[in-house]
Design a protein around this ligand. Structure first.
Ligand code: HEC
Length: 434
């Protein structure tokens, strides 16, 4: 019996020496060896003391305290939050739980959730999304304490210290008070508009000013976005954003005071820099200028399945928004984000190919305002001259989908484009090079 079993094994592993030795005892899964590496990478980035999630998942005791809920959240696919369709594109493996990882956790629970030996812990292989080197640390100039509750948008300017062009090749925004920083968008302003934005800052008392606008087109460039759980990121190897001499850093922070601690916040932007890169990158916001200037993104009260879509020639668009790009030259798309507000129902970014086919970039079937993650592609998608970028968003403006403010469900009213949370937006963010 033993030998016949071994014969099966021999077909795969022709090692005659093993022919009649007993097969190795089946491996028992343990916390330290099998489960902790997964939880550490996929959960504890948010579930750690002082971070945004409501409890820690750093230790076995932490896990045991919430095991039924944690298993339920994993089985139902609620956690880790990854609202995009996995089948849309091949994403970098650092975000959602893979099916095998879910099976390891189930097997471990079924086997009695054993602790095992701490020495068996080995971190998961592969790149972790995090900033690997800090060349410049830029704290906010003054601490800011929110005065509005629950939400306040505040913008801060930070000086740029270099008198030669530099390339940003990675960033991390470190919130001063993690529980209070709901998210932050980080930009640099081009020298031509710095004076105007300084006037806006000076016009209001206190550090920074209340603001909803972001620099568009020639005004500046997005660097990235901080959302809870984000530990910063290195941009794809050999790529970076060129910051001109005379620029200023501009950070728009959305503070939310409902998670507990409220106090003076000094958030810090850490940057990795190079003097040269192989490919200049652009972080671009893709949406219809008519939605903004002509208010054509109408979302009538009491209607659902309201869709607006914007298609544009990709290489032409890139060359208009970014002086470093030339129309008619292929683009490489490395990562995308989508941005809608509270009434969003679903959202999509697609590449409509010149030959009539479609390539999916990101597809979020059930929009959730609280999870605005970046979708990083395993391999960049090549966008050829003649291809179009297509952004589409769908809203539900019926009574059932309204936000609750101060315990009261808002009454549906007509909505349109606007930067405040109670307005709506439809923007795809893309990280591209030529
Ligand atoms: C990007 C940050 C982030 C990651 C990663 C994350 N969580 Fe969460 N989690 C949160 C936040 C924030 C909440 C509270 C808000 C909410 O319920 O949506 C939460 C809530 C929960 C809850 C209670 C609510 C529910 O849906 O049941 C459980 C259980 C949970 N997380 C388990 C996990 C597990 C297990 C993992 C890893 C497999 C994980 N989380 C990964 C941020 C995160």
């Amino acid at each position: 019996m033993l030998c016949s079993q071994t014969r099966v094994l021999l077909v795969a592993l022709p090692l005659t020496l093993w022919a009649c030795t007993p097969p190795p005892a089946p491996q028992v899964t343990t916390w330290h060896k099998d489960v902790a590496p997964i939880i550490e990478r996929k959960c504890a980035t948010c579930h750690e003391p002082g971070n945004i999630a409501p409890f820690s998942l750093r230790t076995l005791a932490d896990w045991k305290a919430v095991e039924p809920q944690a298993l339920d959240a994993i089985r139902a696919g609620r956690m880790p939050p990854f609202p995009g369709k996995q089948s849309c594109a091949d994403y970098a493996p650092t975000q959602a739980l893979a099916a095998e990882q879910r099976e390891v956790i189930e097997k471990w629970v079924a086997e009695g959730a054993l602790e095992g030996a701490e020495a068996d812990f080995v971190p998961l292989p592969g790149a972790v999304d995090r900033l690997t080197r800090v060349d410049l640390s830029l704290p906010m100039k003054e601490a800011f304490t929110p005065t509005q509750s629950p939400d306040e948008y505040r913008c801060f300017l930070i000086d740029w210290p270099y008198d030669v062009p530099k390339y940003i090749t990675g960033y991390e925004l470190r919130p001063g008070i993690k529980a209070m920083v709901h998210h932050a968008d980080i930009f640099f302003l081009n020298p031509t508009v710095v004076a105007e934005w300084e006037r806006r800052d000076a016009a209001e008392a206190g550090p920074g000013w209340e603001c909803y606008s972001i620099p568009i087109g020639q005004e500046g460039s997005w660097i990235g976005t901080y959302v809870p759980g984000n530990r910063g990121v290195d941009f794809p190897e050999g790529t970076g954003l060129k910051v001109p001499v005379g620029a200023k850093i501009y950070v728009q922070v959305h503070y939310n005071t409902l998670n507990g601690e409220v106090g003076p916040d000094v958030s810090t932007l850490d940057l990795r820099l190079e003097d040269k890169v192989r490919r200049q990158a652009g972080v671009q916001a893709v949406s219809d200028p008519n939605w903004i200037t002509q208010r054509t993104m109408s979302i009538p009260a009491n209607q659902k399945d309201v869709t607006h879509r914007f298609d544009i020639d990709a290489t032409m668009f890139a060359s208009i928004i970014n002086q470093n790009f030339v129309d008619g030259r292929p683009l490489k798309l490395y990562a995308t984000t989508m941005h809608l507000h509270q009434l969003g129902q679903s959202a999509k970014l697609e590449i409509l190919r010149a030959d009539g086919t479609t390539t999916c970039g990101v597809d979020i079937p059930k929009w959730d305002f609280h999870w605005q993650l970046a979708y990083t592609l395993e391999e960049p998608i090549v966008i050829n001259p003649g291809d179009q970028l297509s952004v589409s968003c769908t809203w539900d403006n019926t009574a059932a989908n309204q936000p609750v403010i101060n315990g009261q469900r808002v009454v549906p009213r007509d909505r349109n484009w606007g930067a405040r949370t109670q307005d709506e937006m439809c923007v795809a963010g893309i990280y591209v090079t030529q």
